[in-house]
Structure formats: structure tokens, C-alpha cells
Design a protein around this ligand. Structure first.
Ligand code: SF4
Ligand code: SF4
Length: 362
């Protein structure tokens, strides 16, 4: 495979591989309990420093302080950007939304009752890619659903054999303001786009007579599935690094019984590059990213899931920094050299970010 992208002036060469680019130790690996993510521990783990702590606690104080990049307008955009993700029931849904408004004509059409039969599985693959792009996905891949990557308590019937993984590229200028609030707005928008894309692609699959479970960060682990689906490799910053956008993507997945051609994982030298490059680790204000040369198999706390070779992120430290910052952080995306592809930017002020919106085509 050819890629026009470069990293440190060398062309990125993307190769397909038979095996995933992570190593899993079945004797030590257990499906992860979602309750142990830091976001969930905030609600129940009274033994943890982050218990009931929230990044929005400092909102009023920060606005009053006049700190650049933390104004009322910046926060207004931050909390508007994720609204579709937070409030739209059709986003992370397992079923067709029963009560959505339908016209008198479409009400009589019930497409999901019969299966559309594809003459060749390649046709369904091409179609899903096109439809995912139609709804706004930047990258699309397919893989067999490895049940290791389903959260421990999520019940997914065995007929959901395949996963369609989609990446949504995020605005580079906004990310380049991190840790300011504008970067969080870009993340929020990424989540809202995920909800929109999932709703559209999921409904399209159901209209062909197949089943679709639409997943954000709720049911499956997106990163290993994205690796299996050939979208990228995992970097030192714990994120999926894609050849096209580096780590500047959000991920969402549809689990389905739709037959399709499966992609293969890809390899383009991320692990070897990360061994030498420690930019994300050096710039992380929380000191949450390892600077060890080699990846390991154990994490820092119950918010990590041991048994897979990777650089583990200290999620507790990361979350506590978000609380101190008054908003989330994307610095480990911003500084990664792979982010600079596709017009990625290294640094931007919030003022420049807002001005850049004038120049965008409508
Ligand atoms: S999001 Fe920010 S605090 Fe968390 S690991 Fe990345 S750089 Fe560090
Ligand atoms: S900043 Fe460097 S070390 Fe960190 S993920 Fe990107 S390439 Fe790897």
C-alpha cells in the first residue's frame, strides 16, 4: 500500500499483516469491566482521589479569572459541541428507534423485514464503506469481532460476528490549542459526529434486513478493534495512530451480522518510531505517559487492563489533570508527529482558532 504521507521527511509505508500488531496474553487477560474506567470510578470509587471530581467544577472560576482560552464563549462552545452525543438516543443504540417521526408514506414501508442478499460479499463491503463516508466517516475498516474486546458485562449475541470500525478526523487547528477549551470543543464535536454517523450507518444496515449494534465508548474497546480492522497501530500515547491523521481521530463501531469482506491489520512502523520518540510523554502535563523504551504488560491501576503489550497510560493522573485544567486535554494528540499529516498543526492560540472559522467554506 502506498501512502502520500511522510513522517520526519520519510514516506510512510503501510503494509498489511496477517496478525494484529499487539500481543495478547490469554492467561493474564480478562475482559475489561467498564465500571473501572476513570469516568465511571468518579461515581463509585470513594477510595480514589478523583471520586466525585469533575472538570466542570472550575468553570466559573476560570471564566472569572480571564485566562486566555477559558472564556465564557469558549465554554459555551465546549458544552454545545457534545450535545448530539449526550442527548440523541439514536446514536449509541442497539435497535431501531421506534418513535422517530416518520411520514405517512415511509410509515408503511418496513424494509428490515426481509434481508437484501448480496451476490458477492465484496459488494456489501464496498457499500458499507461508501455509506459510512456519506454520513461523514473519515476512515472505515471491517474485522471479525474478537470477543476479548467486548466490555465484561455487555451481552452481545454470537450472531454479531463482524465489526465495522469508523474513524472521524478532528479539526486540527482546534486540537492545536490544547490544553485550552477549544480543543475540548473539537473532541465534543467528534463525539457528536460519532452519534450521527452511527445512527445513519446503523439504520442503513437495518434497512437491508441485518442487525446493527451502534457503539461509542460504551460496549467495546474501540482501539484494538480499529487495529484489527486495519485502521492503524497503537502508539505510546495509548491512542490509535492512523497513517492518514495520526491520533487525531475519534472511533466508533457497529457490531453486525451483515456478511462482509474483512480487512487485515496494518503495520507502518509506529512501535519502532515510538520507542525513539517520546514527545507525548515529555509534553504530558500530568506525567501520565510512560517514557520507558519498551511497552509493557501491566498498568498503573484498576483503570488499566493488563495482559496486552502496550505503553499503558496512567488514566488516574490524566483524569486528575483534566479536573485541574477545567476541561479535557488533547496534548498527546497535538504533539504527536503523526498528527501533522493532513494539515495537522503543532500549536495554535484560541484566538487563531476562532479566526480560522471565518475562512472555512460553508
Ligand atoms: S490527555 Fe493530556 S493529560 Fe492525558 S495523557 Fe494525554 S497529554 Fe497527558
Ligand atoms: S508523540 Fe511520538 S512517542 Fe508519542 S505516540 Fe506520537 S510518535 Fe509515538
Amino acid at each position: 500500500l502506498k501512502s502520500n504521507n511522510t513522517i520526519n521527511n520519510s514516506k510512510i509505508e503501510v503494509k498489511k499483516t496477517e496478525n494484529a500488531t499487539y500481543q495478547i496474553y490469554p492467561s493474564r487477560y480478562h475482559r475489561f469491566d467498564r465500571k473501572n474506567t476513570v469516568m465511571n470510578r468518579v461515581t463509585w470509587d470513594s477510595a480514589w482521589k478523583g471520586y466525585q471530581k469533575n472538570s466542570s467544577e472550575l468553570l466559573h472560576q476560570l471564566i472569572r479569572s480571564g485566562k486566555k482560552g477559558y472564556s465564557r464563549i469558549d465554554f459555551a462552545l465546549r458544552y454545545a459541541s457534545g450535545i448530539v452525543y449526550s442527548s440523541y438516543k439514536g446514536g449509541m443504540s442497539r435497535n431501531r428507534i421506534k418513535k422517530y417521526r416518520r411520514s405517512r408514506t415511509t410509515r408503511r414501508i418496513d424494509l428490515p423485514t426481509t434481508k437484501y442478499i448480496f451476490e458477492k460479499v465484496q459488494e456489501s463491503k464496498n457499500l458499507i464503506e461508501r455509506v459510512a463516508r456519506f454520513f461523514g466517516a473519515s476512515l472505515v475498516g471491517t474485522c471479525k469481532l474478537n470477543r476479548y474486546w467486548i466490555y465484561q458485562k455487555a451481552k452481545i449475541p454470537r450472531e454479531f460476528k463482524n465489526a465495522i470500525v469508523m474513524a472521524v478526523a478532528m479539526d486540527s487547528q482546534g486540537i492545536a490549542t490544547s490544553p485550552a477549551v477549544a480543543a475540548g470543543s473539537v473532541t465534543g464535536l467528534g463525539y457528536s459526529k460519532m452519534a450521527f454517523i452511527l445512527a445513519g450507518v446503523g439504520e442503513f444496515i437495518r434497512n437491508l434486513g441485518y442487525q446493527a449494534i451502534q457503539c461509542g465508548n460504551d460496549t467495546v474497546l474501540s482501539i484494538p478493534l480499529a487495529i484489527d480492522a486495519g485502521l492503524g497501530e497503537q502508539g505510546r500515547n495509548g491512542l490509535l495512530i492512523t497513517p492518514e491523521y495520526g491520533p487525531r481521530v475519534r472511533l466508533c463501531t457497529i457490531l453486525t451480522d451483515l456478511p462482509t469482506v474483512l480487512d487485515k491489520p496494518i503495520e507502518f512502523g509506529v512501535q519502532a518510531f515510538c520507542k525513539k520518540c517520546t514527545r507525548c510523554s515529555a509534553h504530558c502535563e500530568a506525567n501520565a505517559i510512560s517514557s520507558e523504551k519498551n511497552p509493557g504488560e501491566t498498568g498503573f491501576s484498576i483503570s488499566n487492563n493488563p495482559g496486552v503489550t502496550k505503553w499503558y497510560i496512567d488514566a488516574e493522573k490524566c483524569y486528575l489533570y483534566w479536573c485541574k485544567n477545567g476541561t479535557d486535554c488533547s496534548t498527546c494528540i497535538k504533539v504527536c508527529p503523526y498528527n501533522l499529516k493532513h494539515n495537522g498543526q503543532r500549536q495554535s492560540t484560541t484566538k487563531e482558532f476562532w479566526s480560522s472559522l471565518d475562512e472555512r467554506t460553508l
